[in-house]
Design a protein around this ligand. Structure first.
Ligand code: ZN
Length: 135
């Protein structure tokens, strides 16, 4: 794809350099059939270096994932080749189904269909069931 001419899609910009790959993995984009470009270590006047992800498809996705990986990232929505919306994400208070609790004794590892939910407490995400810290 020509990454500079997305017609309908999403550009995740201002990602802290090095976090682009993690974001792609958590969004499940590395396993998808979509046309996705990760541009790493782009020179940025404001940030020094940054990563950018371009998705050439009009897909809904979980903005909380982006806020979890990098609250400073911005999301540009492109329709018909034009920027129609620029979103700032910020740090989500609650993460639902974004990351998994690693505690083997947590109820979420017994009740498989239970959603993994984390809450932001003092700048850290903790499982709402067992209070295990997310890493
Ligand atoms: Zn837990």
């Amino acid at each position: 794809m020509n990454i500079d001419s997305i017609q309908n899609g999403v550009v995740i910009d201002h990602i802290t350099a090095g976090k682009g790959m993690k974001l792609v993995e958590l969004l499940g984009l590395n396993e998808s059939e979509l046309s996705v470009a990760i541009i790493k270590n782009v020179h940025s006047r404001k940030m020094g270096k940054k990563d950018i992800i371009k998705i050439d498809a009009d897909i809904p996705f979980n903005l909380d994932v982006i806020g979890y990986v990098d609250p400073e990232a911005t999301v540009d929505i492109i329709r018909n080749g034009k920027l129609v919306e620029k979103k700032r994400i910020g740090q989500p208070e609650i993460l639902k189904g974004v990351i998994r609790c690693k505690n083997p004794r947590c109820i979420t590892s017994v009740e498989q269909e239970l959603k993994h939910i984390f809450k932001l407490v003092d700048g850290e995400y903790r499982c709402i069931y067992c209070e295990t810290k997310a890493d």
